[in-house]
Design a protein around this ligand. Structure first.
Ligand SMILES: [Zn+2]
Length: 277
């Protein structure tokens, strides 16, 4: 038996032709990953996420435009955001994002990133949905933007990678904090310290697949089936029981992204897996 898990952030339609979603989900379920949030990074992948969510039990969809994928042409951002608003109005989404700020890559100027982030925060609030926040080398600015809202932020700091004490401000803002496979990397002691600071009822687990495969799969294409390795890393870092942590992170994700469907999903809490999984 293995604990049932919720992958709070994955990209199922990435290189879908070579990596069919049905195969990915089959391996995920065999590994106990029964619930997944499939995250869009632009309008096309957001639409596709909703299609997958409608067809596959346990999959939820998030619609958003990643800061590195915002359009640059004059007037294009407004059109893109209007498209996102129409998509959200059509329903079928459990969250808005991923959105946020990224100062590591400089393809999209900071001003456009901020406009896109602000607009998606407003869309999330207008639709009563949690927001999935991407933050890379921009913690101060993301925090300022969230504080300027003047209200608690419902959502998640995804793939947390800041300094340990920086996590406190985002917890104060009301956010959940999600940890990915880099938690398992040997030199990431700072990240494990951050994971110890997060109260159990604000923790989430994610793969960010196809990126950031955990040890011992590091260097390979990541997929939701590898999430148990990150659970193990989180449990070791916090000195807690993996089964209890799996249940807590799953309950947190249901609270944030919506309850498990009646009679389905991972309501049983434990699943039997085949030995080779
Ligand atoms: Zn992502």
């Amino acid at each position: 038996m293995t604990p049932a898990l919720f992958d709070s952030h994955c990209h199922l339609s990435w290189e879908e032709a070579e990596h069919p979603v049905a195969d990915t989900l089959e391996r995920a379920r065999a590994a106990g990953v029964l619930d997944l949030l499939c995250v869009g990074v632009d309008l096309a992948s957001s639409r596709r996420a909703a299609e997958i969510a409608a067809a596959e039990p346990g999959v939820r969809a998030s619609a958003g435009i990643h800061p590195n994928d915002l359009p640059l042409a004059p007037g294009a951002l407004g059109r893109e955001l209007a498209g996102l608003e129409r998509l959200l109005a059509g329903g079928g989404f459990a969250a808005v994002g991923e959105t946020g700020l990224d100062r590591h890559w400089d393809r999209v100027p900071a001003a456009i990133q901020e406009e896109g982030f602000q607009a998606q925060l407003e869309l999330a609030a207008a639709h009563g949905l949690p927001v999935v926040i991407h933050c890379r080398e921009a913690i101060d600015r993301v925090r300022d933007v969230l504080r300027s809202l003047g209200r608690p932020a419902a959502g998640v700091m995804h793939c947390w990678s800041g300094r340990a004490e920086e996590v406190d401000d985002f917890l104060d803002l009301g956010l959940h904090v999600s940890f990915a496979g880099n938690l398992s990397y040997k030199r990431n002691e700072e990240l494990r310290e951050a994971a110890r600071r997060v109260p159990r009822d604000r923790l989430l687990l994610e793969t960010d697949a196809p990126f950031l495969a955990p040890q011992p799969r590091r260097g390979r294409r990541n997929e939701p089936a590898f999430l148990p390795h990150t659970l193990a890393a989180l449990a070791a870092a916090r000195g807690e029981d993996p089964e209890a942590l799996a249940a807590a992170t799953r309950a947190n994700a249901y609270r944030l992204f919506g309850p498990a469907p009646a009679g389905g999903g991972s309501a049983a809490g434990m699943v039997t897996i085949s030995p080779e999984a």
